[in-house]
Design a protein around this ligand. Structure first.
Ligand code: MF3
Ligand code: CO
Length: 262
């Protein structure tokens, strides 16, 4: 581990492999949770599943207790952007459900998010999810040596706004390693060619948060749940990517998926 400029901690090959294990575990569980979601399922049931899986895997939750957050998982429905708290509330057909999970395995953090369709959703909701996921893929494509953080920010904002959507300003992507949140911050808005230079060994949790309406949000009385101020739908996707000589190395993707994507 070495310290680059701007307080950014660069990871060596061994550390990247540890982060890959955390990343794959978090992504596996997240996709299992997605498979267990559906109309009629209370979100607390998904939390219980995560608790069990983490114990089996010998991993710890990253979010539970973080600044007092009460759960392992975040479940954010429709206008909820992120940090929704699992509860007895049952999912219903047509909802869009944001799932965000963090783990600690062997001292290294994994963090990933996706937004899933509960049963059949409206074509508008479907398009929002598609564009938000595309925005994350474009962001990953910019996570290359020689680029700057602003190149990632600009492409996400451009893709969102071109499609009539907004990007959230209050929450950003981040470096990740032996801490959940490390430098640099990676906003979903900004100018290409600006911000910290991307260097080999940086590991970023890129998270795109888009809203179907305006960018303003408010925090609910539970002090956690962030919802769009205008009540429009919101979507959130997050992957971890290491900056490498061979291009973006998506740690939250299984090997076959990586190979197939190249
Ligand atoms: N993926 C979000 C993040 O990296 C989730 C944090 S939830 C919290 O910031 F509970 F830990 F705050
Ligand atoms: Co994150």
């Amino acid at each position: 581990m070495s310290s680059g400029s701007n307080g950014i901690i660069l990871k060596d090959a061994r550390e990247i492999e540890k982060l890959r294990r955390s990343a794959r575990l978090v992504r596996d569980i997240l996709e299992e949770v997605e498979g267990r979601s559906g109309p009629g399922v209370p979100t607390i049931e998904l939390e219980r599943y995560v608790e069990k899986r983490l114990e089996q895997a010998g991993a710890k939750p990253a979010f539970k207790g973080y600044r007092g957050y009460p759960c392992c998982l975040c479940t954010s429905i429709n206008a909820e952007i992120l940090h929704g708290i699992p509860s007895a509330r049952r999912l219903k057909e047509g909802d869009i459900l944001g799932l965000d999970l963090g783990v600690v395995l062997d001292g290294f953090y994994g963090d990933s998010a996706l937004t899933t369709r509960v049963g059949k959703v409206s074509s508008e909701a479907d398009r929002l999810l598609r564009v938000a996921e595309e925005a994350l893929e474009l962001a990953i494509g910019e996570a290359r040596l020689g680029n700057r953080v602003g190149d990632i920010s600009a492409i996400v904002q451009g893709h969102a706004e071109k499609n009539g959507y907004s990007v959230v300003r209050e929450f950003v992507g981040h470096g990740i390693g032996r801490a959940l949140h490390e430098e640099p911050q990676v906003p979903n808005y900004g100018r290409s060619g600006h911000g910290p230079l991307l260097k080999e060994g940086m590991v970023l949790a890129l998270e795109t948060m888009l809203t179907a309406g305006g960018p303003e949000l408010k925090i609910m009385p539970d002090h956690w749940t962030a919802v769009t101020a205008d009540g429009s739908n919101s979507a959130h996707f997050e992957h971890m990517v290491a900056i490498s000589r061979n291009g973006p190395d998506v740690l939250t993707r299984q090997k076959d998926a990586v190979a197939a994507g190249r």
